[in-house]
Design a protein around this ligand. Structure first.
Ligand code: NAG
Ligand code: NAG
Ligand code: NAG
Ligand code: NAG
Length: 457
């Protein structure tokens, strides 16, 4: 018997059989007869079976490695996103720091030259300085965070190199150990992401005008739960008497007006406070406090349920009216309904909603009158409320569902086109989507967050 040895691929195994496979031995699934030789009488003298072309990729270790590598690549992408975000905030933080430094040196100057200056100015400056004082440790922490991220990035790059090397020379490394390393990194990445995406709202910049279209009132949005390469835009013009949702494949299709689909909803909507979340549209059914969940995939209403006690049909709208009684929104923590009830004296109630059943999971009563709110949006479980839909609007009040406490604030928002009929946060883009008097606009937000080095290791 003659043995043939054929190396197909460095990582593939080769098996040799002494007889022809046809009748007696069938190669195992995933193996193929690579070559066989017969003697003059047609008897089989040797068969070489080799893994099927695809078996190499089915080989367990190699497949696991490929998954690891893919994971690492995914993580690198996430790190890139983090980095972008951090850099954006970092600039803001640096500016703040230089302001503090400026104040500090001014105070020193004044102190050394006190008699020459008015006490009043001095007191004022000192007051501002005291306001900023608590920020100093935060700023230091922030710099540490930035270092952490870049270290993290380097670790991932290192691991990625190791993995690539191992793929070429498999077996040289303990797979389990490697796996543990990746899991560890993944955990840290998740921590890092959560910390970085969640923070306190500090500043709103913009808007940039994406498009000018539709009536004065409407809504447009993307799905914060969609995969990174899915940037579909949904567009719902007008606050009443409409049930046509327009879909665009991307922001640029939206800008150029290339529609990909339209959906004809079974019921009209009320207001402009709809949200698309995880492939479904959630909206307030006209003249009711019913929330409808409509699946874009199936084109059907999956669930509808009354939001108990919620005022509707301009009983408790935002300042601009427009049946904006029930505001649906999503943030990092899930789906929310913002509304008002008689029980809470017309003040805003925050309810976390189960996305499948639309049942209320938890509610918080605020003391902010819904009719005096311009708009509201949720970031990381904190509701931010503007005081007007008109020029000069600012974020005026916030309520944290984590601590059940409120706070007054003063964060200006540039109401470029004078009338805001929709303002919602998108956690994926970390941006506010707005409908500004027939203009579809986007605002950036700066969130302040601290990563604890302890949580990172
Ligand atoms: C990497 O990301 C892609 C797209 O988000 C996803 O389909 C894939 O499952 C991820 N791979 C791993 C190993 O997590
Ligand atoms: C990455 O690899 C380089 C070179 O081997 C090494 O100096 C560095 O300490 C490694 N970084 C991390 C974070 O492991
Ligand atoms: C999104 O929908 C998918 C099924 O379509 C489900 O498995 C997943 O749990 C949902 N995610 C959230 C956050 O609701
Ligand atoms: C938000 O910030 C990013 C990064 O700095 C920038 O590219 C984008 O244009 C900004 N968007 C808005 C709406 O200001």
């Amino acid at each position: 018997m003659r043995l043939l040895l054929v190396v197909l691929k460095p990582l593939c195994l080769l098996a040799l059989f002494g007889s022809c496979p046809s009748a007696t031995i069938r190669p195992k699934e995933g193996w193929q007869v690579y070559s066989s030789a017969q003697d003059a009488d047609g008897r089989c003298i040797c068969t070489v079976v080799a893994p099927e072309q695809s078996l190499c990729s089915r080989d367990a270790k190699s497949r696991q490695l490929r998954q690891l590598l893919e994971k690492i690549q995914n993580m690198s992408q996430s790190i890139e996103v983090l980095n972008l975000r951090t850099q954006r905030d970092f600039q803001y933080v640096m500016k703040m720091e230089s302001q503090i430094k400026g104040l500090r040196s001014k105070i020193r100057q004044i102190e050394s030259n006190r008699r020459a200056l008015l006490t009043k100015n001095f007191q004022e400056l000192k007051g501002r300085m005291n306001d900023l004082q608590p920020l100093i440790p935060v700023l230091d922490q922030y710099k540490t965070d930035a270092t952490l991220i870049s270290q993290f990035k380097e670790e991932i790059r290192n691991l990625s190199l190791v993995l690539t090397a191992i793929q070429e020379e498999m077996g040289a490394y303990d797979y389990e150990e490697l796996h543990q390393q990746v899991l560890g990194l993944e955990g840290r990445l998740r921590n890092c992401m959560n910390k970085l995406t969640c923070g306190k709202l500090m500043k709103i910049t913009g808007p940039i005008t994406v498009k000018t279209s539709g009536t004065r009132f409407g809504a447009w949005m993307t799905d914060p739960q969609a995969l990174p390469n899915n940037n579909k835009v949904w567009y719902m013009d007008s606050y009443t008497n409409n049930k046509i949702v327009r879909e665009y494949k991307s922001i640029s299709d939206f800008v150029s007006g290339v529609e990909s689909r339209t959906y004809n909803l079974p019921f009209h909507w009320a207001g402009t406070n709809h949200v698309v979340y995880n492939g479904s549209l959630y909206y307030n059914k006209y003249q009711s406090n019913i929330i409808v969940r409509y699946s874009f995939d199936s084109g059907r209403v999956m669930t509808q349920r009354a939001l108990e006690f919620a005022g509707f049909h301009n009983v408790y709208p935002y300042t601009w009216g427009g049946f904006s009684d029930i505001d649906l929104m999503a943030d990092e923590l899930g789906l929310w309904a913002i509304y008002a009830t008689n029980q809470n004296a017309g003040n805003i109630v925050i309810s976390q909603i189960d996305p499948l059943t639309i049942q209320i999971q938890n509610s918080w009563n605020t003391e902010y009158s819904k009719r005096n709110a311009g708009e509201s949006f949720m970031i990381c479980g904190t509701l931010y409320i503007t005081n007007s839909h008109l020029t000069g609007a600012k974020v005026y009040y916030s309520y944290s569902t984590k601590t059940s406490t409120y706070e007054y604030m003063d964060i200006p928002i540039h109401n470029q086109y004078f009338h805001m009929s929709m303002l919602d946060y998108n956690a994926r883009d970390r941006a506010l989507y707005g409908w500004n008097n027939g203009h579809q606009v986007l605002f950036n937000v700066t969130l302040f967050h601290i990563i604890n080095a302890d949580d990172e290791s």
